[in-house]
Write a protein that binds this ligand. Structure first.
Ligand code: NOJ
Length: 555
């Protein structure tokens, strides 16, 4: 029998490379995760989502898989993985693995074979095309990691498609043999007892087979291929087939990472009647602080856009599908630096942001270090960054004439390494993450921001998250209530109500460093209500203090 346990669960994402190193090689590992399971149990999370630990050349930190059924030696062995599952399950913690099947590494045997000859049985596992008569690539598509999305291969004189790095060739989902191999691999992991998959860019797998050129937007060198693979023509068919061949009858959870999916798409993907996925990750709320042209083109967030966006997702999926709720992951900058204040009001704003997100309907995701209020990082030299997206972008934008300082500002605000600096465990060297040299430098603020410190302080961000996780389990209204936006036009206050049959919750969040008045009708309603949780000790029910987040229970 399958159940929907994930509706009251909170997921914790581990980025293994940066979590906890037990061997001294500067890279986190699986035994390091096992050593911290009690820490996670104290936090109260129900599920771990493990970013890729499969065998990989690590061009994109494991999102380039060489062997789907092997654990990368960097992280440990299959025995370690089995032990992790056992130890997690004995603490009632479930484990969801990353599933990266839009592409593999170019070192995967399928691709090694595919490259050999045009008549190799694996040729069609990937997307190969002739160039144009003038020798240029088959289409003008740009890669998400800069440059052309096509790479020419001398040996067979054709191009292969890579939406991400050159070392991440896209799989050809039109090929039924390839799909069967993927399903067999998924069943291998399911049979091992994992509790689900987080599916990497899963709405990219079906490509428009006419392969048209993309529109070239101003300032760009390449065409935008998005319309020809985002939520592509056969995506629902593929997901239903995957459900039938792998997921059906298993009591697991699935979450699809889906850039470019709107609420209308999400309804189809997550309506249980359609037998596709349980929930998806939207990117819409993560794109509100960028201008046309992508994430590196910065613009300040207008809180009204964020409110409107959450309202749309909360109301569209209510009663039909299911939301996932997140501020952070390994691809996003740290939320306290992004929408909060990582200096004077760091603790306060981190708790406010947590309140705002965790009182909504959906399954919340916490990214490692979020519970400590970890912040963005500033490396002075571009060479200190390790992320392929950042490094490729630096090169491309420099060639386009962007000044160095301008590019660095964009990296400080949006670079993925902001999220990837090692977990800050204590005040010892390298924050207790490793006894060797960390693969990416530790954020220098680890002397004040670390797990040891938050565990000591009962008022810390950590214990605030613990309380939020517990409330979701205790109060059905958090997982079930309807959503209504309040104080819609207010530029600094995000207020909403969760409405049940006989009770409601009023959630008030101040996204600014100034006090803000509460609308009179709301102030009257909360006057005598119970305060369920707040990051303020004293309640003033007429106004919100700087970065206050408070929740009132009305019966
Ligand atoms: C999304 C992943 O989250 C990201 O880290 C990765 O680089 C791309 N997909 C490619 O797999």
């Amino acid at each position: 029998m399958t159940t929907d346990w994930w509706k009251k669960s909170t997921v914790y994402q581990i980025y293994p490379k940066s979590f906890n190193d037990t061997t001294g090689n500067g890279v986190g590992d699986i035994p390091g995760i096992i050593a911290k399971l009690d820490y996670l149990k104290t936090l109260g999370i129900d599920v771990i989502w493990l970013s890729p630990v499969y065998d990989s050349p690590q061009e994109d930190n494991g999102y380039d898989i060489r062997h789907y059924r092997m654990i990368d030696a960097l992280f440990g062995s299959m025995e370690d993985m089995d032990k992790l599952l056992e130890e997690a399950n004995s603490r009632d913690i479930k484990v969801v693995m990353d599933l990266v099947v839009n592409h593999t590494s170019d070192e995967h045997t399928w691709f090694v074979e595919s490259k050999k000859r045009k008549d190799n049985p694996y040729r069609d596992y990937y997307i190969w095309k002739d160039g144009n008569p003038d020798g240029t690539p088959p289409t003008n598509w740009g890669s998400i990691f800069s440059g052309s999305a096509w790479k020419y291969d001398e040996k067979t004189a054709q191009y292969y498609l890579h939406l991400f790095a050159e070392k991440q060739p896209d799989l050809n989902w039109e090929n039924p043999d390839m799909r069967e191999d993927i399903y067999a691999m998924m069943n291998f992991w399911m049979d091992k007892g994992i509790d689900g998959f987080r599916m990497d860019v899963i709405n990219f797998i079906s490509k428009d087979q006419s392969f048209p050129d993309g529109e070239v937007k101003s300032g760009d060198k390449y065409g935008d291929p998005g319309p020809y693979f985002v939520n592509g023509p056969r995506i629902h068919e593929f997901l239903r087939e995957m459900h039938e061949k792998v997921l059906q009858g298993r009591d697991v959870m699935t979450v699809g990472e889906m850039p470019g999916a709107a609420p209308e798409d999400a309804k189809v993907y997550t309506d249980q009647a359609n037998e596709e996925l349980d929930m998806i990750f939207t990117f819409e709320h993560m794109s509100l602080d960028e201008q046309e042209g992508g994430k590196w083109n910065l613009k300040p967030l207008d809180l009204r856009d964020l409110k409107e966006n959450f309202e749309k997702w909360q109301t569209s999926l209510h009663g039909v599908g299911w939301n996932s709720l997140y501020w952070n992951n390994h691809d996003q900058p740290r939320i306290v630096s992004r929408f909060g204040d990582d200096r004077k009001y760091r603790e306060k704003s981190a708790k406010m942001l947590a309140t705002c997100l965790h009182m909504m309907q959906g399954t919340p995701y916490i990214y490692q270090g979020e519970e400590l209020g970890m912040t963005n990082v500033h490396f002075d030299r571009v060479e200190d960054y390790k992320d392929i997206e950042t490094l490729n972008m630096y090169k491309e934008k420099s060639e386009l004439g962007w000044p160095h300082e301008h590019i660095m500002e964009a990296i400080y605000a949006k670079g993925r390494d902001n999220a990837r600096t090692p977990m800050q465990w204590d005040t010892s060297e390298h924050a207790g993450f490793t006894e060797g040299t960390p693969w990416l430098p530790v954020n220098e603020n680890y002397q004040t921001i670390n797990a040891e410190a938050v565990l000591r302080d009962k008022q810390s961000i950590f214990y605030y998250y613990q309380k939020l996780i517990k409330l979701r389990k205790e109060r059905d209204i958090i997982s079930e209530g309807a959503f209504e936006l309040l104080m819609r036009e207010h530029p600094n206050v995000f207020a909403y109500e969760r409405i049940g049959e006989e009770e409601s919750l009023v959630v008030l969040c101040n996204f600014s460093s100034e006090a803000q008045e509460i609308d009179a009708d709301i102030a009257t309603r909360i006057k005598d209500a119970d305060r369920l949780i707040s990051n303020e000790n004293q309640g003033n029910r007429m106004a919100l203090r700087p970065y206050e987040g408070s929740v009132y229970h009305i019966t």
